[in-house]
Design a protein around this ligand. Sequence first.
Ligand SMILES: [Zn+2]
Ligand SMILES: [Zn+2]
Length: 199
Amino acid sequence: MFSSGVPINTNQRTHPGSALVIAVKDFARNPGGMRNLEETVPAPGELSVAMIGVQEGSEVDLDLSLEAVHEGIFVSGTASVHVVGECSRCLDPLAYDLDVDIQEMFFFEGLAPVRAAKEDDNESLDDEQRLVENDHIDLEPLLRDVVVTALPFRPVCREDCQGLCSVCGIRLADEPGHHHEDLDPRWAALSGLAEDQEN
Ligand SMILES: [Zn+2]
Ligand SMILES: [Zn+2]
Protein backbone atom coordinates (compact mmCIF):
# COMPACT_ATOMS: atom_id res chain seq x y z
CA MET A 1 0.00 0.00 0.00
CA PHE A 2 2.73 2.46 0.82
CA SER A 3 5.12 2.69 -2.07
CA SER A 4 8.90 2.77 -2.24
CA GLY A 5 9.62 4.86 0.86
CA VAL A 6 11.57 7.38 -1.18
CA PRO A 7 10.87 10.86 0.21
CA ILE A 8 8.84 12.95 -2.20
CA ASN A 9 10.07 16.26 -0.98
CA THR A 10 13.67 16.32 0.11
CA ASN A 11 13.52 20.07 0.70
CA GLN A 12 11.54 19.64 3.88
CA ARG A 13 14.00 18.64 6.55
CA THR A 14 12.99 17.44 9.94
CA HIS A 15 14.79 18.64 13.04
CA PRO A 16 14.64 15.80 15.54
CA GLY A 17 15.70 18.00 18.46
CA SER A 18 13.12 20.74 17.92
CA ALA A 19 10.14 21.06 20.25
CA LEU A 20 8.06 21.79 17.16
CA VAL A 21 8.74 18.39 15.63
CA ILE A 22 5.92 16.16 16.84
CA ALA A 23 5.98 12.36 16.79
CA VAL A 24 2.73 10.98 15.41
CA LYS A 25 3.62 7.33 14.99
CA ASP A 26 1.40 6.00 17.77
CA PHE A 27 -1.85 7.15 16.22
CA ALA A 28 -1.10 8.24 12.68
CA ARG A 29 -2.29 5.02 11.05
CA ASN A 30 -5.64 4.95 12.82
CA PRO A 31 -8.00 7.23 10.93
CA GLY A 32 -10.26 9.01 13.37
CA GLY A 33 -7.61 9.12 16.07
CA MET A 34 -7.27 12.44 17.81
CA ARG A 35 -4.68 14.04 20.01
CA ASN A 36 -4.58 17.38 21.74
CA LEU A 37 -1.33 19.24 21.79
CA GLU A 38 -1.32 21.89 24.51
CA GLU A 39 2.22 22.92 25.08
CA THR A 40 4.48 25.91 25.56
CA VAL A 41 7.56 25.76 23.36
CA PRO A 42 10.42 28.20 22.70
CA ALA A 43 9.99 30.27 19.55
CA PRO A 44 12.26 29.35 16.65
CA GLY A 45 14.29 32.06 14.93
CA GLU A 46 13.15 34.17 11.99
CA LEU A 47 9.56 34.68 13.08
CA SER A 48 9.79 38.30 12.03
CA VAL A 49 9.58 40.93 9.33
CA ALA A 50 11.43 44.25 9.03
CA MET A 51 10.35 46.16 12.15
CA ILE A 52 8.51 43.59 14.20
CA GLY A 53 8.55 39.95 15.18
CA VAL A 54 8.70 37.21 17.80
CA GLN A 55 11.91 36.95 19.77
CA GLU A 56 13.70 33.66 19.41
CA GLY A 57 13.27 31.61 22.57
CA SER A 58 10.19 33.52 23.78
CA GLU A 59 7.12 31.47 24.68
CA VAL A 60 4.82 30.06 22.04
CA ASP A 61 1.59 28.61 23.42
CA LEU A 62 0.24 25.86 21.21
CA ASP A 63 -3.37 24.78 21.55
CA LEU A 64 -3.77 22.33 18.70
CA SER A 65 -5.63 19.21 17.86
CA LEU A 66 -4.06 16.58 15.65
CA GLU A 67 -6.49 14.40 13.78
CA ALA A 68 -5.50 11.23 11.91
CA VAL A 69 -7.30 10.98 8.59
CA HIS A 70 -6.75 8.63 5.69
CA GLU A 71 -4.32 10.90 3.81
CA GLY A 72 -2.37 12.19 6.79
CA ILE A 73 -2.64 14.35 9.89
CA PHE A 74 -4.90 17.38 10.03
CA VAL A 75 -3.65 20.02 12.45
CA SER A 76 -5.98 22.75 13.69
CA GLY A 77 -6.15 25.24 16.54
CA THR A 78 -4.23 28.31 17.60
CA ALA A 79 -0.70 29.40 18.39
CA SER A 80 -0.18 32.40 20.67
CA VAL A 81 3.00 34.44 20.46
CA HIS A 82 4.33 37.67 21.96
CA VAL A 83 5.28 40.23 19.33
CA VAL A 84 7.78 43.04 19.89
CA GLY A 85 8.95 45.73 17.54
CA GLU A 86 9.01 49.42 16.72
CA CYS A 87 6.36 51.84 15.54
CA SER A 88 7.16 52.62 11.92
CA ARG A 89 6.18 56.29 12.42
CA CYS A 90 7.58 57.37 15.82
CA LEU A 91 10.01 54.46 16.44
CA ASP A 92 8.62 53.86 19.94
CA PRO A 93 8.85 50.28 21.13
CA LEU A 94 5.63 48.33 20.87
CA ALA A 95 4.55 44.89 22.03
CA TYR A 96 1.40 42.82 21.90
CA ASP A 97 0.12 39.26 22.01
CA LEU A 98 -0.90 37.64 18.76
CA ASP A 99 -3.05 34.55 18.25
CA VAL A 100 -2.85 32.88 14.86
CA ASP A 101 -5.24 30.26 13.52
CA ILE A 102 -3.83 27.06 12.18
CA GLN A 103 -5.61 24.72 9.77
CA GLU A 104 -3.16 22.55 7.94
CA MET A 105 -2.94 19.10 6.41
CA PHE A 106 0.24 17.05 6.67
CA PHE A 107 0.09 14.29 4.07
CA PHE A 108 1.60 10.85 4.35
CA GLU A 109 4.33 10.39 1.81
CA GLY A 110 2.80 8.93 -1.29
CA LEU A 111 -0.70 10.13 -0.40
CA ALA A 112 -0.33 13.81 -1.16
CA PRO A 113 -2.66 14.77 -4.01
CA VAL A 114 -0.91 14.86 -7.36
CA ARG A 115 -1.05 18.27 -8.85
CA ALA A 116 -0.37 19.33 -12.38
CA ALA A 117 2.88 21.21 -12.75
CA LYS A 118 2.22 24.91 -12.81
CA GLU A 119 3.96 27.26 -15.16
CA ASP A 120 3.75 30.18 -12.78
CA ASP A 121 6.35 29.85 -10.02
CA ASN A 122 4.53 32.20 -7.67
CA GLU A 123 1.42 30.14 -7.79
CA SER A 124 3.14 26.91 -6.88
CA LEU A 125 4.78 28.59 -3.89
CA ASP A 126 1.37 29.58 -2.57
CA ASP A 127 0.22 26.16 -1.54
CA GLU A 128 3.20 24.21 -0.38
CA GLN A 129 2.33 20.65 0.57
CA ARG A 130 3.45 19.56 4.02
CA LEU A 131 4.33 15.96 4.70
CA VAL A 132 4.45 13.52 7.56
CA GLU A 133 8.09 12.51 7.47
CA ASN A 134 9.57 9.58 9.39
CA ASP A 135 6.40 9.50 11.52
CA HIS A 136 6.88 13.14 12.55
CA ILE A 137 5.32 16.43 11.59
CA ASP A 138 7.40 19.61 11.69
CA LEU A 139 5.31 22.55 12.87
CA GLU A 140 8.15 25.08 12.58
CA PRO A 141 7.78 26.04 8.88
CA LEU A 142 4.00 26.15 9.34
CA LEU A 143 4.28 28.39 12.40
CA ARG A 144 6.69 30.67 10.55
CA ASP A 145 4.31 31.01 7.60
CA VAL A 146 1.25 31.87 9.68
CA VAL A 147 3.05 34.25 12.06
CA VAL A 148 4.98 36.15 9.38
CA THR A 149 1.78 36.51 7.34
CA ALA A 150 -0.01 37.99 10.38
CA LEU A 151 2.66 40.63 11.10
CA PRO A 152 2.05 44.19 9.90
CA PHE A 153 4.49 45.45 7.29
CA ARG A 154 4.28 48.97 8.80
CA PRO A 155 3.47 48.54 12.49
CA VAL A 156 2.12 51.56 14.39
CA CYS A 157 1.95 52.16 18.15
CA ARG A 158 -1.61 53.39 17.60
CA GLU A 159 -3.66 54.13 14.51
CA ASP A 160 -3.42 57.91 14.87
CA CYS A 161 0.28 58.03 15.71
CA GLN A 162 1.55 61.34 14.31
CA GLY A 163 5.13 60.19 14.06
CA LEU A 164 8.12 62.49 14.20
CA CYS A 165 8.52 66.14 13.20
CA SER A 166 10.11 66.15 9.77
CA VAL A 167 12.20 69.21 10.68
CA CYS A 168 13.59 68.47 14.15
CA GLY A 169 12.63 64.81 14.72
CA ILE A 170 10.80 65.14 18.05
CA ARG A 171 7.76 62.98 18.76
CA LEU A 172 4.79 65.09 17.76
CA ALA A 173 2.59 63.38 20.38
CA ASP A 174 4.83 64.85 23.12
CA GLU A 175 4.25 68.45 22.03
CA PRO A 176 0.73 69.17 20.82
CA GLY A 177 0.71 72.05 18.36
CA HIS A 178 4.44 71.76 17.68
CA HIS A 179 5.49 73.60 14.54
CA HIS A 180 8.38 75.69 13.24
CA GLU A 181 7.92 79.44 12.75
CA ASP A 182 11.28 80.24 11.34
CA LEU A 183 12.41 79.58 7.86
CA ASP A 184 15.11 77.02 7.43
CA PRO A 185 18.44 78.96 7.54
CA ARG A 186 19.28 77.69 4.05
CA TRP A 187 16.12 79.29 2.68
CA ALA A 188 16.94 82.51 4.59
CA ALA A 189 20.37 82.58 2.97
CA LEU A 190 18.82 82.08 -0.45
CA SER A 191 16.29 84.86 0.02
CA GLY A 192 19.14 87.13 1.16
CA LEU A 193 20.97 86.26 -2.05
CA ALA A 194 17.89 87.08 -4.12
CA GLU A 195 17.63 90.49 -2.46
CA ASP A 196 21.30 91.19 -3.23
CA GLN A 197 20.74 90.43 -6.90
CA GLU A 198 17.73 92.72 -7.05
CA ASN A 199 19.76 95.65 -5.64
ZN1 LIG B 1 4.08 55.64 16.95
ZN1 LIG C 1 10.01 70.10 14.93
